[in-house]
Design a binder for this molecule. Structure first.
Ligand code: CO
Ligand code: ZN
Length: 330
């Protein structure tokens, strides 16, 4: 899991440019599934055929980033967010473009850091010229440039949102039994961070009987954090609700019962703000009963997101079991 997480999180993949992540996942999962294909938007589907109706598992490949909006004659680039990126987190950060070029972010003179807004930030990639001498173009995307590291029993990396989910889906595919009561569709979706766009078309295509998103969630266990009943290291979280979905009671119950049956620690999650792929899946066609398995994560949408190694292992055990059991009928 750790080696796979390192590869996945260090790969470039802001929303709309998930190709490198997709290529990596395809290579990692292809020997564990019956069928693999990509749709028009770039979602990757990896299917294991089973006896019963299909379960769609979804983890998003994209990460937050920035987009170049303007390049001046000195080569300084202006930027805008792609997904939920905060400007103050960018100061002094290295950002990386698709081709590996790096740049650093700083800000214009400010009276106070409170005046910081996107229009005051610029990106310096070392080229003292406008295009074409400068290899950057308006519309280029960049993401954080951070190595994956282990810190105690935790993993630190950029893009654990949601490469942690991608790693779990790949590992689940590797551990599934030969006979399955359901067809299991692993979907690696695009453009979640800009509005659950990939999951929308993926669910429409698959027409699944059930949906299950696997993504990170916020925690309330850091100094003076907003109150929230989820902590790192207390097991994966079974989502009750966020701003995109009220998880189906039947799916929720099935997840809770399965965790209890396995003796795995779990937490119940009510996320007051934020959404995930289940938000799109459950509204597909005539409605798809959906749930979410969440990995508790500190510092979401920063260069150093943190998850617990034990939570990842428990999530994997639970996912394998969830895919190996018959799901309750509606
Ligand atoms: Co996110
Ligand atoms: Zn996410």
């Amino acid at each position: 899991m750790e080696a796979l997480l390192k590869k996945l999180t260090e790969t470039f993949g802001p929303s709309g440019e998930e190709a490198a992540v997709r290529t990596l996942i395809e290579a990692e999962i292809k020997d564990s599934v019956d069928r693999i294909f990509t749709d028009n938007l770039g979602n990757l589907f990896a299917l294991r055929e089973g006896a019963g109706p299909a379960i769609m598992l979804s983890a998003h490949m994209d990460e937050i980033g920035v987009i170049i909006t303007h390049i001046d004659e000195h080569g300084f680039m202006r930027l805008a967010p792609v997904g939920g990126m905060a400007p103050h987190l960018l100061i002094g950060q290295r950002l990386r473009f698709r081709d590996g070029r790096v740049a650093t972010v700083y800000h214009e003179k400010l009276k106070s850091l409170r005046d910081l807004e996107w229009s005051k930030l610029y990106l310096d990639g070392g080229a003292a010229a406008a295009p074409p001498e400068n290899p950057v173009a308006v519309g280029d995307l960049a993401c954080f440039d951070q190595p994956f590291q282990r810190a105690g029993g935790r993993y630190l990396a950029k893009a654990l949102d949601d490469r942690a989910g991608c790693a779990l889906l790949i590992e689940t595919a590797r551990r599934l039994p030969r006979e399955l009561p359901h067809t299991v569709c692993f979907v690696f979706s695009v453009q979640e961070e800009v509005g659950l766009r990939g999951a929308t078309t993926a669910a429409y295509r698959l027409k699944p009987a059930y949906g299950l998103a696997v993504d990170v969630t916020r925690v309330g266990d850091t100094p003076k954090a907003p109150v929230m009943a989820v902590s790192l290291g207390q097991g994966p979280a079974i989502k009750i609700k966020d701003s995109s979905v009220i998880c189906h009671p039947l799916v929720r119950r099935f997840m809770i019962d399965t965790a209890a049956e396995l003796g795995i620690p779990y937490q119940l999650e009510v996320l007051e703000r934020g959404g995930t792929d289940a938000g799109a899946i459950h509204l597909s066609r005539e409605g798809v009963p959906s749930g979410v398995l969440s990995i508790p994560c500190r510092y979401i949408h920063t260069p150093s997101e943190m998850v617990d190694a034990g939570d990842m292992e428990h999530a994997l055990t639970l996912l394998v079991k969830l895919c190996s059991k018959p799901w309750p009928a509606l």
